[in-house]
Design a protein around this ligand. Sequence first.
Ligand code: UDP
Length: 243
Amino acid sequence: MKIDVMGVRFDNLTKQEFTEEARRMLNTGSRGYCVTPNAEILYESIRDEEFRQLLNDAALVLPDGAGVVLGAKILGTPLKEKVAGIEFGEQVCALLAETGGRLYLLGSKPGVAEQAGEKLARKYPGLVICGTADGYFKDEASVVEKINQANPDVIFVCLGAPKQEKFIRNHFAELNATLMLGLGGSLDGYAGLAQRAPKWMIDLSLEWLYRLMKEPKRLGRMMRLPKFVLLCLGAKLRGKKNG
Ligand code: UDP
């Protein structure tokens, strides 16, 4: 079932259910892409119809952030739980490891994807990292060709939003893979360059605060979070008034 949060239709699934859906797609060869919008990205999509459409056309739309879950709750249509893209990516690695599946890592600064690949391959024996490329390329066609030569089952596209979703959409037909996941800064996390918040902060829905403390320059961007919550409150009040 899908739940609409300010125009983007999220899949209302638990972490486990998302993993099972990915397993089904891999087993049946059902092609699709997955997006992981947080509240900041969702706020951007309100003003960008093309981007919103791109998000809604995804096979799986994960609520990656406490802000999205809060927004859904305010609107009276709660989602089951927050599902972080970085964790979903690891679940997909575990699925691929079961069958010797092939993963391509695209994105982040030069050297990071290789480092992330080494760590993931060590953590998930059986997983094949079939290729890597950094996310600062000019010629998209040659990147697509390189990916196809590596023959992946899954591609992690980590270029930040909306660049990664646009890349996936523009090349979906020619990319030779079953699943394509837009995972933002996850390669930095897998490589060990960006630490996630401690568990107690994640549990208290304070992961955003941790990121802000680590990267104060994100403040401008992060102001979209309270703006997004206000928009949800406004929509809810207007909905009530209109009956
Ligand atoms: N990035 C990239 N190519 C670009 C711009 C960004 O590969 O042209 C990478 C960047 O190095 C970082 C990730 O994309 O690893 C964006 O991370 P962020 O946490 O900002 O992702 P978002 O919050 O947008 O999902």
